[in-house]
Design a protein around this ligand. Structure first.
Ligand code: UDX
Length: 430
């Protein structure tokens, strides 16, 4: 099939390359000339394992990029993969989606034949039907339900394994309003489903598809917060939370994934998506108490980490090493990293902060240009009075002699990965 994708961010580029890989002809439309050039030269504009190879393999053949929206006229379906950032009150900001829909709508005015516009971005229920579809109708002059349809196809890609997650998904969710749109979506995903060992395909309505994405992320984030709540109780009783949660995870109704207790969840999705569905629910008259509590528990974990530090060291004037700045290992992304509230609190308390991360230092400089950054964990620890372990990078699990350089070393481990050893005061958060 011929598919157009609007947006060349981490989702847009990944799905463009993966659709090409399963045999479709794909055009990726973006306003950024540099990204378009890079894609056409066979270079992925973002780093995701496996993406470079796919872009290199298909660029100039089944995958091309352009700044010209007219490219969508030759395609059967257009996927909107544009950012939906957070507003201060948690609502999503739809301005980029609306602008994208306007451009698509204006272009579709010249379209001959049927077309489906599919929302790929995470949007709160009813957005596709009540915001995107009316814009498309107004701008194109076409009739929804006969000339064109809208659809919704949420993504469940994790940063760092987006390509693998897309090509081998746990499920495929196809939301549509008409049989005709459902058929197009099925045709788009059939080759992927066949290649991926037939994951379940959920054919559903558009607003159901929108909600499935939020429900998925809200569930995972809440699962971690519940694990953190339970682990905090364990800590008060001097119970090993890992033993407890490992045992709990063996119940097949619960499962062991996302029970990793620690300093909590960050990233570009969980915080934004939980805030957005809580805000959207409030707009329709419902207070999502469990989800509000999940956020509260998550916000409290860095505070608890600092409280534990204070039991041993007065942060005022102390040199504190923050090990791990990325929101999770395997990425240089610092968006909503738990290191951010921790460093903020340390600075408020008058600490002298030195940060270290194997890859995310440069991105954290934008948030905290004035703290020190070390080139290695050893350098960060060398003259530190205390260390806080925030990201579960493997290299932190291997730290050993590096602690010798610290005087009366206090290590507060927010991810339970540092090996206990003589010579340090070791405290785990959970
Ligand atoms: C997440 C979802 O997993 C993905 O399906 C969705 O499309 C986008 O959001 P991502 O943000 O890449 O993906 O990260 P993920 O691996 O899910 O981790 C999110 C956060 O939870 C990280 O900060 C991680 O450290 C934390 N986490 C994860 C825990 O604290 N404990 C766990 O057991 C698992």
């Amino acid at each position: 099939m011929e598919i157009s994708i609007i947006g060349s961010g981490y989702v847009g580029t990944t799905i463009a390359a993966c659709f090409a890989e399963v045999g479709h002809d794909v055009v990726n439309v973006d306003i950024d000339e540099d990204i378009v050039t890079s894609l056409n030269d066979g270079e992925a504009p973002i780093h995701e394992p496996g993406l470079d190879e796919l872009v290199e393999k298909h660029a100039g053949d089944r995958l091309r990029a352009t700044t010209d929206y007219d490219a969508i006229l030759e395609t059967d379906a257009t996927f909107l993969a544009l950012p939906t950032p957070s507003e201060d009150d948690g609502h999503i900001d739809l301005s980029i989606m609306e602008a994208g829909a306007r451009s698509v709508g204006r272009t579709l005015a010249d379209k001959e034949g049927y077309h489906v516009v599919v929302t790929k971005s995470t949007v709160v229920p009813t957005t596709t039907e009540e915001v995107i579809a009316p814009i498309l109708e107004e701008e194109s002059g076409l009739e929804l339900g006969s000339d064109f349809d809208v659809g919704m196809n949420p993504e469940f890609l994790r940063e760092g394994s987006a390509v693998a997650d897309f090509l081998d998904p746990d499920k495929v969710v196809l939301g549509s309003q008409t049989d005709r749109a459902a058929t197009v979506l099925r045709d788009v995903f059939d080759p992927l489903v066949e290649q991926a060992d037939s994951p379940p395909v959920i054919e559903t309505g558009v607003r159901e598809a929108e909600m499935i994405k939020y429900a998925n992320n809200a569930f995972l984030a809440s699962k971690i917060s519940l694990a953190n709540d339970l682990a905090n109780i364990c800590k008060e009783y001097d119970i090993d939370s890992e033993e407890v949660l490992d045992a709990v995870g063996l119940d097949s109704r619960i499962g062991s994934a996302f029970l990793g207790a620690g300093v909590g969840w960050g990233g570009s999705c969980f915080p934004k998506d939980v805030a957005a569905i809580v805000a959207a629910a409030r707009d329709v008259g419902y207070e999502a108490k469990m989800l509000e509590a999940a956020v509260e528990v998550n916000d409290r974990q860095p505070v608890r980490m600092l409280d534990i530090l204070r039991d041993h060291v007065d942060p005022s004037g102390a040199r504190v090493a923050v090990l791990g700045l990325a929101f999770k290992p395997g990425t240089d992304d610092v968006r909503n990293s738990r290191a951010i509230p921790l460093i903020d609190a340390l600075l408020d308390a008058g600490a002298d902060v030195v940060g270290y991360d194997p890859v995310a230092t440069e991105n954290m400089r934008d948030h905290f240009p004035d703290i020190d950054y070390a080139d290695s964990a050893a350098e960060a620890l060398a003259d530190a009075d205390a260390a806080l372990v925030v990201t579960d990078w493997d290299e932190f699990a291997a730290l050993d002699d590096e602690f010798d350089a610290m005087t009366d070393a206090v290590v507060v481990d927010g991810r339970r990965i540092v090996s206990r050893r003589d010579g340090i005061v070791y405290e785990s958060l959970v």
